[in-house]
Ligand binder design. Structure first.
Ligand code: GDP
Ligand code: MG
Length: 435
């Protein structure tokens, strides 16, 4: 960066770096908050250590105190850990799609079988619910009542074992043209071998496309053991976290995600059939942290900062000072926000256009490597990059001369376009690294 720009950035960032002391102090508060939210103590310990290490030395955002800045980082890490929104059910190309619901007794399996059926029906599917909880006399009836209510057929066989019922249900679905089979299973109060054995047998027989673990958000420290056992025995594809309408802080969400790595796909927020939502990591993080006021403040500071940066960027664009360095910065910013495709989907009007375009994240990695292999001067004036430089850069970045050439060409086109639209948003489709 030029000296002038570096000065500007210094002024922007202002406050200096986070010291170990800043971080330790703030982390004490964070640790308390997480334990209060019933996040598993081992998860808390690991999480705090990791974030601590990452925080020390980071620049403090203008208008935040060091402690607030640490909380900002904690919040971001929690959101990242709990994953991006992915409340998609794996629909099989060859129907029926088979969904197996597992979990402890009272977690909400039966209720959520019906909620999922409601959701899928709205999406134009023809679900069949299957009653495999034969142990509690009222369990089959419960599913049948829900089925009548939402007008979804329920499959059951009196006096048969759960494995056989599950197996027959697939045949039944095929003959009736039901394209999704949702299997409601029995739970137990605690994990036991009998339960796991039965679930393993059902799994082996029906080969579900999706095994969803249903967990009560009020489950405290034990959530980790529950999730770990189910996951290691069955291989869970996703979690439904239920009863989030209660006043629990829901630390189980963080615990479960941390130990299993399984995406939390849905949140149950009530007993009604419509009370099912995609899981929102941002909301969950702020709920677990329980520092709403601080987070609002941080958000404001962040958006003020972003605005300032955007203005800076705009100025550069107007003055034709936008370099490959800035471009790299922008890419870094975007990467922080998550997968490119999901960000583009959020931009009004862009999502639809790009729906069928696959964005190759590998491509952006190449772009990054190429820019990093350039000298400062080259980044500022790509026009000086002729054949021998291209060769050097290609070698340094592990790419090809053609790729380097393409990037430079695209960048120049982008600059040209920016000149035309100076002041507006850089045109997305022209950005290098995107097809
Ligand atoms: P199962 O034993 O896992 O099948 O659990 P059930 O589906 O029978 O649910 C147990 C109890 O929890 C029932 O009274 C449900 O109405 C209730 N329940 C399930 N999901 C939710 C939820 O998201 N919020 C609330 N408040 N109650 C729920
Ligand atoms: Mg049940």
């Amino acid at each position: 960066l030029s000296d002038k720009l570096q000065e500007t950035f210094k002024r922007l960032k202002g406050k200096g770096k986070l010291t170990e002391e800043d971080v330790s102090e703030a982390m004490r508060e964070v640790r308390m908050a997480l334990l209060e939210a019933d996040v598993n103590y081992k998860v808390v310990k690991e999480f705090v250590a990791k974030v601590k290490e990452r925080s020390i030395g980071q620049e403090v955002l203008e208008s935040l105190s060091p402690a607030q800045h640490v909380i900002k980082i904690v919040n971001e890490e929690m959101v990242a850990l709990m994953g991006s929104v992915s409340s998609k059910i794996n629909i099989s190309s060859k129907p029926p799609t088979v969904i197996l619901l597992v979990g402890l007794q009272g977690a909400g399996k039966t209720t959520h079988a019906a909620k999922l059926a409601t959701l899928l029906k709205k999406q134009g599917k023809h679900p069949l619910m299957v009653a495999c909880d034969i142990y509690r006399p009222a369990a089959v009836k419960q599913l049948q009542v829900l089925g009548e209510q939402i007008k979804v057929p329920v499959f059951s066989i009196d006096g048969e074992n759960p494995v056989k019922i599950a197996q027959e249900s697939i045949r039944h679905a095929n003959s009736q043209g039901q394209d999704v089979v949702i299997i409601d299973t029995a739970g137990r109060l605690h994990i036991n071998e009998e339960l796991m054995g039965e679930l393993r047998d059902i799994k082996a027989t029906v080969r579900p496309h999706e095994i969803l673990l249903v967990v009560d958000a009020m489950t405290g420290q034990d959530a980790v053991n529950v999730a770990e056992s189910f996951h290691s025995e069955l291989g869970v594809d996703g979690i439904i976290l239920t009863k989030l309408d209660g006043d629990t802080r829901g630390g189980a969400a963080l615990s479960i995600k941390a130990v299993t790595g399984c995406p939390i796909k849905f949140a149950g927020i009530g007993e009604k059939m419509e009370a099912l939502e995609p899981f929102y990591p941002e909301r969950m993080a702020s709920r677990i942290l329980g520092m709403g006021d601080v987070l609002t403040l941080i958000e404001k500071a962040q958006s003020a900062f972003d605005e300032k940066q955007a203005r800076e960027m705009e100025q550069k664009l107007r003055k034709q000072e936008f370099t490959l360095d800035d471009f790299l910065d922008q890419m870094q910013q975007i990467k922080k926000m998550g997968p490119l495709s999901s960000i583009l989907e959020m931009i009004p009007g862009v999502g639809k256009q790009l729906k069928d375009v696959q964005i190759d994240e590998k491509d952006t990695a190449h772009v990054e490597a190429i820019i990093r292999s350039m000298t400062t001067e080259e980044r500022r004036k790509p026009a000086i990059i002729k054949d021998s430089r291209k060769r050097r850069i290609a070698k340094g970045s592990g790419t090809s001369i053609q790729e380097v050439g393409r990037l430079i060409k695209q960048f120049e086109q982008m600059q040209k376009m920016m000149k035309q639209f100076a002041g507006g948003m850089p045109g997305m489709p022209g950005m290098p690294g995107m097809p």
